[in-house]
Ligand binder design. Structure first.
Ligand SMILES: [Zn+2]
Length: 319
């Protein structure tokens, strides 16, 4: 019987089977072509210097490209599609990397390093590193800034107090959310995308800093009445303390439903985690939320967009 509780759009999500995966990617060369197409969508660029005058060299065993030296620049170095990505310095072949991406994106919650290790015959240690790097790329693929309207809110997620160092426990404010870590998040109403970060504190500079990094200047921002947000530009707030939850377009219901998901996942799956790993799981849940309506190949392309370590990101520029 078909499931009836699928959200809008999800019924059309195309997932591909393992059999179909190997029809699409029968060998290493096919997988390498896929990586080349998705890493360099506007044509091959040198990862060392950014030039696009590239020569294909057939005789090099692992570095098939060379940046042409010319008067226009170019550094003359050899590279491959692995250079400056999560695949760099790994002996694992392209097909195994792509299959690992397929497994991680289609089983984000449950793929274990044990399963990867069995399915692609690498050591469990290598499998753990591969899964970790793929999840990191997924989190790094944060795409465009939010154009809004954008809801911004913060919440507290519990790590257990006994997993916390004494220094950290003492640094916490007394009372209230004493064993919890603050997380600040934003949701773009136009695209449904979310962003979230574990933060040290909930002071004005921290919360506003997050909001300003995440949105295009001029974007309408909605929050609750927390004073930390009060001086944000283009900002409007609902007054939860006065039992006001929605005033026309002004509400934070979207980001709050993401918090509910985060807390459920944390309770069910991540309850053994110490707070120092919380950010990884927040990243992972953000990634899962943002690509939940894509089909499998789109999800893999989304991960590929985050694999380029040499890519300049807006976050790094303003940090
Ligand atoms: Zn170069």
């Amino acid at each position: 019987m078909p499931s009836t509780n699928k959200g809008p759009g999800k019924a059309y999500r195309k997932s591909i089977s393992h059999r179909r995966f190997f029809q699409l990617f029968p060998d290493n060369a096919a997988a390498e072509r896929w990586f080349v197409e998705h890493r360099w969508q506007g044509g091959i660029r040198c990862p060392h210097c950014g030039h696009d005058n590239i020569q294909t060299v057939c005789k090099h065993p692992t570095m098939p490209y060379r940046c042409r030296k010319s008067k226009m620049g170019g550094c003359g170095q050899f590279f491959s599609v692995k250079t400056d990505t999560f695949m760099e310095a790994s002996n694992v072949g392209y097909l195994d990397w792509l299959y690992a991406m397929f497994l991680v994106t289609t089983n984000l919650k449950s793929v274990s390093s044990m399963k990867l290790h069995r399915d692609i015959s690498v050591t469990q240690r290598t499998a753990w590193h591969m899964a970790h790097r793929i999840r990191k790329a997924l989190a790094a693929s944060d795409g465009d800034l939010f154009a809004g309207p954008v809801e911004v809110d913060e919440t507290y997620v519990g790590g257990r107090q006994r997993n916390m160092s004494n220094a950290r426990r003492e640094a916490l404010p007394s009372g209230g959310a004493s064993h919890m870590s603050p997380v600040v998040g934003a949701r773009d109403r136009e695209t449904g995308r979310v962003a979230a970060e574990v933060v040290e504190d909930t002071t004005d500079p921290t919360l506003q800093g997050f909001a300003k990094r995440q949105v295009i200047p001029g974007t309408a921002i909605y929050t609750d009445e927390a004073t930390a947000y009060a001086s944000l530009p283009n900002h409007d707030a609902v007054r939860h303390s006065a039992s006001e939850y929605v005033r026309g377009r002004v509400h934070t219901n979207g980001i709050e439903s993401f918090w509910a998901t985060l807390k459920r996942a944390h309770k069910g799956t991540f309850h053994r985690l110490s707070p120092k790993h919380l950010h990884r799981y927040v990243d992972e849940l953000v990634g899962r939320h943002n690509f939940r309506d894509m089909d499998t190949l789109e999800q893999m392309a989304y991960v590929a967009a985050g694999m380029d370590d040499s890519r300049l990101r807006y976050k790094d520029l303003v940090a």
